[in-house]
Design a binder for this molecule. Structure first.
Ligand code: PRX
Length: 567
């Protein structure tokens, strides 16, 4: 029996007040995500139940009960208070997927501060833009990553402290402090900040076409959406062992790698190690994972390793699989059914939506290649590309749009009100993706409506890459676009014109690639650089990425009447 029961019935009868009841929240209660994911589960008598099974690169396994998570997150909250963190302050989490990441996330929320997770592979330039915009007061990090902050500290006047929670640098800077959860005095009793429904909780940065990344601000009531979608889409139940492969540097890793499962009191596993098919399958077999939430790029990597390797492991514990982040091609759904005896269920959502909005449900017929149908309580449509009126014809492509009002909708882009406002058209929130709806109400993803590059399920903004490219001494002009890739769907390709005195060469290509990898991240690093004498521009001088991208994808270029030249 699935948790959701009959989807069509639920869609007709559900409203968000029911999500409050399902979570057990009553009007006037305080609503703190940190409390709901730890203390409350203990109050339900599940303090000794396993909350986290963590496995590190070298195979070390650590286990934490809900009571451990409660006490340790209290300990973090108390420590942060002692160093001056108050309600509303931004505290950045910048570390690998170590237990401290999951525990301190809850500690920050318990204090009423705002958690700002950033992907640990980010380089100094990716960090500085996000920390500067958020005016982050404290960064929690590890010795391994602290050096990147040293490079940019002078550019961050609001940053008061860098707390190193693992490892000890030989020489400390005056703004650096050490904190060890192991040796800290444990805090059994803590009064969590009495958040209300609209109190800010999490700030996740996401990339757009223009400008630097934007911080999507969420509030504590997002837990209503995350709780009920975890229950109905991930189908999480009392005895499940759940594995979300996403890193909490990205929204999937917090909404469904922390908040959703823990608000349900479900045991979850974390693997803090690189990918190999064997390692992943062994992890599933060792910990008897039952529900698995992953991404199409990972599934394509597993497909590449073939079905034979699957047979070497006992993965009979698995019972439900979901995927997010990129289009899940029909072949992947069919392959997983053959390889694991279970299909992956595609789920569509965004940093901005905070929780799943269009998905496939356990028990509902899957049309392989489709994203499924809107979640109960979500009114969705596709808008005509020109008129922005809802499309009524089945199969006609339009912009995915949602009626505002679901609990986990972002409340702002941090200090970017105009951009936030521009996402709403005629009373709809417009996601920035194109899709069509078939006669049965299933959504089919077509592509993004902007120039953002989706590489391996991670969004990378072309502007951020282009700005960084221009800092390379040999680069005069640049454009970054996504080019097709068998595994990652897209990878970054850069077009570069050189300053006089520089000649294209393999060495220069490598030097530019490394420059971006170190400054931004391995994700943003162009996999290919094409040296050109000039870039296609509009009459007003704007670089036409559209033309470059179309060439890469073998598509029609479209209207070029505004171009200066056809390079
Ligand atoms: O373009 C869509 C794609 O990822 C974007 C959201 O990325 P982000 O904010 O980083 O959040 C990712 C995880 C929630 C979307 O606008 N995307 C996400 N899920 C799907 C998808 N594209 C196709 N199919 C999906 N299931």
């Amino acid at each position: 029996m699935t948790n959701i029961g009959n989807y069509e019935e639920k869609y007709k009868t559900f409203d968000w007040s029911q999500a409050r009841e399902i979570l057990g929240y009553k009007e006037g209660d305080f609503l703190n995500i940190g409390y709901y994911c730890s203390d409350r589960i203990c109050e339900q008598g599940k303090g000794s139940k396993l909350a986290l099974i963590w496995e590190g690169m070298d195979g070390t396994v650590k286990k934490y009960t809900f009571d451990d998570i409660r006490i340790l997150s209290n300990t973090y909250a108390e420590y942060l208070k002692s160093i001056g963190i108050e309600k509303g302050d931004r505290v950045c989490l910048f570390m690998d997927k170590i237990p401290d990441l999951y525990i301190s996330f809850l500690g920050i929320l318990k204090l009423g501060a705002i958690a700002q997770p950033l992907f640990s592979a980010f380089g100094p330039e990716s960090l500085v833009t996000r920390l500067e915009n958020a005016e982050t007061k404290v960064v929690l990090t590890t010795k391994k990553h602290a050096f990147k902050l040293r490079k940019i500290k002078d550019d961050l006047p609001a940053l008061e402290k860098v707390v190193i929670v693992e490892g000890e640098p030989k020489k400390m800077e005056d703004y650096e402090v050490l904190f060890s959860l192991e040796s800290a005095d444990k805090v059994d009793k803590l009064e969590s900040f009495a958040a209300d429904l609209e109190s800010p909780s999490v700030l996740h940065y996401t990339s757009g076409t223009t400008g630097q990344p934007k911080g999507a601000l969420h509030v504590h009531s997002s837990i209503f959406s995350q709780h009920v979608t975890s229950k109905w889409v991930l189908d999480l139940k009392e005895d499940d062992v759940y594995w979300c492969t996403a890193d909490p540097g990205w929204v999937t890793g917090t909404s469904y790698g922390i908040i959703g499962p823990w608000s349900l009191g479900v045991t979850q596993c974390v693997l803090d190690a690189g990918f190999t098919a064997e390692r992943w399958y062994k992890f599933i077999a060792d910990h008897k994972v039952t529900v698995w939430y992953s991404a199409p790029t990972a599934i394509r990597m597993l497909m590449k390793q073939g079905k034979e390797v699957v047979k070497k492991f006992d993965m009979s514990s698995l019972r439900h699989l979901c995927s997010v982040g990129e289009p899940l091609n029909a072949e992947a759904v069919i392959w997983s059914e053959e390889a694991y005896g279970l299909p992956f269920h595609d789920t569509f959502w965004q940093t901005e939506t905070g929780a799943m909005v269009i998905t496939n449900y356990p028990g509902m017929e899957i049309k392989p290649g489709s994203m499924g149908k809107p979640f109960p309580g979500i009114q969705a449509t596709v808008l005509d590309l020109k008129t922005h009126e809802p499309v009524t014809e089945p199969g006609k492509v339009g912009l995915i749009a949602l009626k505002p009002g679901w609990p986990s909708m972002f409340r702002a882009y941090w200090k970017k009100k105009d951009i936030y406002d521009s996402k709403f058209i005629k009373g709809w929130y417009v996601c920035g993706d194109r899709a069509s709806i078939d006669k049965d109400g299933y959504y089919w993803f077509v592509g993004r409506d902007d120039d953002v590059i989706n590489t391996g399920g991670h969004l990378v903004g072309p502007f951020e890459i282009e700005s960084a490219l221009l800092e390379h001494p040999a680069v005069a002009e640049s454009a970054a676009v996504g080019k097709p890739d068998e595994i990652n769907m897209e990878v970054v390709k850069a077009f570069v014109s050189l300053k006089p005195g520089n000649e294209p060469s393999d060495e220069l290509e490598l030097s530019i690639m490394n420059f971006i990898r170190k400054k931004l991240s391995p994700l943003a690093m162009p996999q290919e650089i094409e040296f050109v004498s000039s870039l296609p521009k509009t009459r007003s001088g704007k670089i036409m990425r559209r033309v470059l991208r179309a060439k890469e994808w073998g598509e029609e270029i479209g209207d070029t009447s505004t171009l200066v030249d056809d390079e």
